[in-house]
Design a protein around this ligand. Structure first.
Ligand code: PLP
Length: 416
């Protein structure tokens, strides 16, 4: 069998810099940018793209991913917390950043200082924001989005409360009603009707707002699933997250041709672990070899986000073949059995997660199915201690260990 070669180039850089751990996440910025452009071309002309980069860009690294999104034509960014937005502002990103959900009332001042677009989903937050706007010097009225709950029962004001809140925002000289939004409970379901029903409720709410003379503002509803399934949900801007990372929102919503996965998890064999018949592997002795096995140690564990639930279930790719996990996954180490005919040695490449089946490794959706979860949780759960290696134009652009910052780079003087 042809042995596939890894795309990661040899690391030519200062090895005292750190981030040289064999377990690492490769982040393909070209794939990410291609995905942003594809979504931008998919939506109706004139529809803006707000790239959702919450939770450290779904584990892919907020700063480099945000820069890539903007480079590829995203009009704005969205995060979940004020702290996440502050990381982007600290990195010098001055583009519009929206906060998608509830923030603590005490954070209103900081949000305005950072020039963030706050999403108001309660009277209390609007009160706090209006008060904060009177304290923080604002170059222009603060952009506010009003979130309407059309069926999700999570964040947002009920449609019948929307006019009163929108009017308050509209009339406040220090606030600007930039957007009115809602969020779907099941846009990723095979059954489209619940999303349509929510959209109809949202349309009725928009009509009431316009009848009340509240305009202009930009309406938005679409997460990835909604944006992928129908132009009905475009409105003035779309808010894709998961699809930009090359992952499908669900098994029912296939990705369009050309969308490519962005993250791959790689490691290297740290030790050969010969198993004789009767040997047990790892904590709890949950696996006993029935015959002689060629097993190897991979330095990855649940402390890296390689979830313990994959014990006895998961597999990695070695030389393009499946190498099943033996015994329990520990915090930092996992033992896998190398298939017959493969002579794995220390330093050999191990592919832990990859969207391309040629490596013999599961993709994020397969890992999610094994764990009874969704690919969102798999990639978001990749721990901070896993160095992120950013690839661009087929070369290594930069290495970031979240928490330690940028630790290495190749050709680009400021790739991040
Ligand atoms: C996370 C989020 C999105 C993006 O959802 P995906 O399914 O990842 O595309 C969009 N809108 C809101 C309000 C969100 O919280």
């Amino acid at each position: 069998m042809r042995r596939p070669t890894l795309v990661a180039p040899p690391l030519v850089r200062d090895h005292v810099a750190g981030g040289d751990r064999s377990t690492r996440a490769l982040i393909d910025l070209d794939a990410f940018e291609g995905n942003v452009r594809l979504i931008r071309d998919l939506v109706r002309p004139g529809t803006d793209v707000m790239a959702v980069v919450k939770a450290n860009a779904y584990g892919h690294g907020a700063v480099p991913i945000s820069r890539a999104a903007l480079r590829a034509g995203a009009n704005s960014l969205a995060v979940a917390t004020v702290d996440e937005a502050a990381v982007l502002r600290d990195a010098g990103i001055a583009d519009p950043i929206a906060l998608l959900g509830a923030i603590d009332l005490s954070e209103a001042t900081r949000a305005l200082r950072l020039g963030l677009e706050v999403t108001v989903g309660s009277v209390e937050l609007l009160d706090a924001l209006a008060a904060a706007a009177r304290v923080v010097p604002l170059p222009k009225p603060a952009a506010v989005h009003l979130k309407v709950d059309t069926g999700m029962r999570r964040y947002g004001v009920l449609p019948e409360e929307a006019v009163a809140l929108a009017r308050r925002i509209d009339r406040d000289p220090l606030l600007d009603l930039a957007g009115v939004s809602t969020h779907f409970s099941s846009a990723d379901d095979i059954e489209e009707r619940p999303a349509i029903e929510q959209a109809v409720r949202f349309d009725r709410c928009l009509a009431t707002l316009r009848e009340a003379g509240i305009a202009p503002f930009r309406a938005h509803v679409a997460n990835s699933a909604a944006a992928l399934r129908s132009r009905r949900f475009d409105y003035d801007l779309v808010r894709p997250g998961i699809a930009l990372y090359g992952l499908p929102p669900s098994r029912d919503i296939p990705l369009p041709l050309g969308i490519r996965p962005v993250m791959s998890i790689r490691s290297r064999v740290a030790r050969v672990v010969p198993l004789a018949a009767g040997d047990t592997v790892g904590y709890g002795r949950t696996y006993a070899a029935e015959r002689q096995e060629h097993a190897v140690l991979v330095p990855i564990g649940y402390g890296d986000g390689y979830r313990r639930g994959l014990s006895g279930l998961g597999w990695v790719g070695i030389a393009g073949r499946r190498a099943p996990v033996r015994g329990r996954i520990s915090m930092d180490q996992t033992v896998v059995s190398v298939p017959d005919g493969v002579a794995a040695r220390v330093g050999d490449d191990v592919v832990v997660l990859d969207g391309d089946p040629q490596w013999g490794a599961p993709d994020a959706t397969t890992l999610a199915d094994l764990l009874g979860t969704i690919p969102y949780e798999v990639v978001t759960g990749i721990a901070a201690r896993v160095p992120r290696h950013y690839l661009r134009g087929g070369a290594l652009d930069a290495v970031v260990v979240p928490g330690a910052g940028k630790v290495g780079r190749s050709h680009d003087p400021d790739p991040l």
